[in-house]
Write a protein that binds this ligand. Structure first.
Ligand SMILES: NC(=O)c1ccc[n+]([C@@H]2O[C@H](COP(=O)([O-])OP(=O)(O)OC[C@H]3O[C@@H](n4cnc5c(N)ncnc54)[C@H](OP(=O)(O)O)[C@@H]3O)[C@@H](O)[C@H]2O)c1
Length: 439
């Protein structure tokens, strides 16, 4: 091979970094042949140098000083695989300042500080590659950044959090409650010890922000669009959805509507026949719609050691070949030149699934329908089963029954106004459930 070895500093030797080392150092690895050069792992920075590792790195290459690893003048590329947004930000900025290209899997860092990181990288003439930061092994960044450059992206609909999808699949498939399946996901290593960001929708929203930025050149903040996780979902509502011909998924949506951008991450009802509704377990899926190519679907492992390492190594090869150095400055990432504004939540239009717990007595359905009607919400269907009935002890033993309503298309603003009025009805018990329907 005529090119000199590419010299690397790897920050972290956890799940993802160990997978990267395994691919780069494995016997018969095709990576060097494809890159046209070998890889020389000069430094691996960790927190605890005494920890036993499941990949072999010579002891003199392990350090607890990430600063030394990023500032070594002999290093060409820094792989940031430690996670978090504080030290990782410092380390990435230090690497860029030292003239290194950066490969990262850190969506939290880029969703929060992407504008800063990309601006300083552009100024320093180095590139930042982040295929592994969104949807694990699915090559979505390359698809959007290279293969779809002839398109205006019209919409993105995606399952971007494998943990949530694993939990939803388990709840429905085995008729189990949320907490029960979450505990199993933690035992199997799908969910973190603290799974809050996975199950409250934050992780999926961060990834959707990165995809939206790349596809549409629009920087959106986490608090600018509706975000709800699966942590308040009940099996009963998933079963009602099935009865109506829909499956509930934690869906991230970005859609261009005129000069506005509709965005949300929420448990959403999808028609059973859609590929996205049939994406089960820890898998991710991204459905893109480009104005030239039409619909495009990519699905695969959204996390896990080797799928994520596959994406990191793909970025590394792009840098080794020199392609990333050409494409990165041209992509103008994190420059907000789209002219799009984020649609206020109240203006978002779709159909809704609503479930109320109501007193089982005359006029209740009429009262609920009346309030919805006064807010110009028209009803597509209503389900009220005879059982199960739960007696409300505080209310003289009046039975309480679930009332499920599917609306026609309406705005989120009208739904919210109706909800406020419904909260005033003594016959309707809080809380109630509201989920959008994706058409
Ligand atoms: N795991 C996945 O499936 C997955 C998928 C997509 C993206 N990602 C992203 O990939 C990144 C890494 O995730 P991971 O699951 O591999 O994490 P991990 O298993 O927790 O590994 C983190 C590694 O970073 C090291 N580290 C942390 N702070 C450090 C510091 N201040 N100085 C030096 N080393 C430090 C740790 O050292 P010790 O080993 O000594 O503690 C550990 O080796 C994250 O940004 C994550 O969001 C992960």
């Amino acid at each position: 091979m005529s090119e000199p070895a590419l010299r690397l500093s790897i920050l972290g030797l956890g799940t993802v970094a160990s997978g990267v080392v395994r691919i780069l150092t494995g016997p018969d690895s095709p990576v060097s042949r494809r890159a046209g050069r070998t890889f020389d792992i000069r430094h691996v920075a960790v927190r605890d140098a005494s920890k036993s590792r499941d990949v072999e790195i010579p002891a003199d290459r392990i350090t607890t000083d990430w600063n030394a690893a990023v500032s070594d003048p002999e290093v060409d590329v820094v792989l940031e695989l430690m996670g978090g947004t504080t030290t990782a930000r410092e380390a990435v900025l230090a690497a860029i300042a030292a003239g290194k290209h950066v490969v990262t899997a850190n969506k939290a860092l880029l969703a929060e500080h992407g504008d800063e990181v990309f601006a300083v990288a552009r100024e320093a003439g180095v590139c930042v590659a982040y295929e592994a930061a969104v949807a694990g092994g699915i090559p979505i960044i390359a698809t959007m950044g290279c293969s779809m450059t002839g398109n205006r992206v019209v919409s993105i609909e995606a399952i971007l959090n494998g943990t949530s999808n694993f939990i939803l699949t388990g709840m429905l498939g085995e008729q189990r409650q949320y907490e029960d399946v979450l505990a199993e996901a933690q035992d199997l290593g799908y969910a973190e010890a603290d799974p809050a960001m996975d199950v409250d929708g934050t992780d999926a929203a961060q990834k959707l922000i990165l995809l939206t930025q790349l596809a549409l050149g629009k920087k959106v903040e986490l608090n600018e669009f509706p975000r709800q996780g699966i942590d308040t979902l009940e099996l009963a509502d998933m079963l009602y959805a099935e009865e109506l011909g829909y499956r509930v998924k934690l869906l991230g949506v970005t859609r261009v509507v005129g000069d506005q951008l509709e965005m949300h991450v929420e448990p959403t009802l999808l028609r059973l026949e859609r590929a996205i509704a049939q994406t089960d377990g820890a898998l991710n899926i991204v459905e893109l719609h480009g104005d030239a190519v039409g619909p495009l679907v990519l699905s695969g492992a959204g996390a896990g050691q080797m799928p994520t390492a596959s994406a990191v190594v793909a970025d590394l090869v792009e840098v080794a070949i020199g392609r990333a150095q050409h494409t990165f400055p041209q992509l103008n990432l994190w420059q907000d030149d789209s002219g799009l504004s984020v649609m206020p939540a109240d203006q978002i239009q779709r159909r809704y699934f609503l479930r109320f717990n109501v007193e089982d007595k005359p006029r209740v359905i009429a009262d609920v329908a009346d309030i919805l009607g006064r807010n110009e919400i028209s009803l597509a269907s209503i389900i009220q089963h005879e059982a199960p009935e739960v007696e409300d002890a505080e209310n003289g033993g009046t039975p309480i029954v679930p009332l499920v309503i599917m609306t026609h298309r309406t705005t989120e603003g009208r739904i919210r106004a109706a909800e406020s009025a419904l909260a005033e009805l003594s016959t309707v018990r809080a809380p109630h459930i509201r989920m959008p329907v994706a058409d």
